[in-house]
Ligand binder design. Sequence first.
Ligand code: HEM
Length: 176
Amino acid sequence: MPDTQRTVSTGKQILSKQPSTRLGYRHLAAVTLVGTYVVMLLGAYTSAIGAGLSCPDWPTCYGTWVPFLQPDIVANSPYSALQIFAEWAHRGLAMIVGFLILGTAIAAWRTHRDSPLVVWSATLAIVLLPIQVLLGGLTVTRDLQPFIVTTHLGVATLILLGLTITTVVAWIRAQN
Ligand code: HEM
């Protein structure tokens, strides 16, 4: 059943299709796409303010998940609170977005099997995600090695491309 509502008028039966306002797969895909874009922007900001190593370890930051709970960590760091926050937030948001990408891929297989474009573009994103997380970790542990930083950007772009296809096709299908 397409994602539409049918309205029937009295007398002559007129069927008109209107896009449903119900929350559906296309909304999940759109939120995931926008979230991924925000993670990328935050990553670029982190890089631009020289904060790539402001959390010097990985996956924790100064050996803790929330460094701001221990004020001496921030006070004794050679990096500013803003720099530490940018890198920490980039990681944290990436984790949330990671779950969204997982949900988008699982839901694609459950609800859009008849659309290879939706299924395979969402699958591309979820397959690339662990590689991207690993590259993010290596970005830190290998001291911002240019090849790793560049590959981290390249894989992010491919994930965004996959999610863009997922979202656009899901919205087009909902109109039909
Ligand atoms: C969905 C997952 C992620 C996406 C889409 C993503 C994307 C990006 C992007 C686009 C940049 C900017 C690259 C540049 O301007 O050259 C960046 C920077 C960065 N990312 Fe990620 N990232 C993700 C996850 C992670 C994770 C899990 C870590 C873990 C440490 C991480 C660590 C970093 C670091 C340290 C930088 C700054 C690199 C520098 O200073 O040049 N990223 N990320």
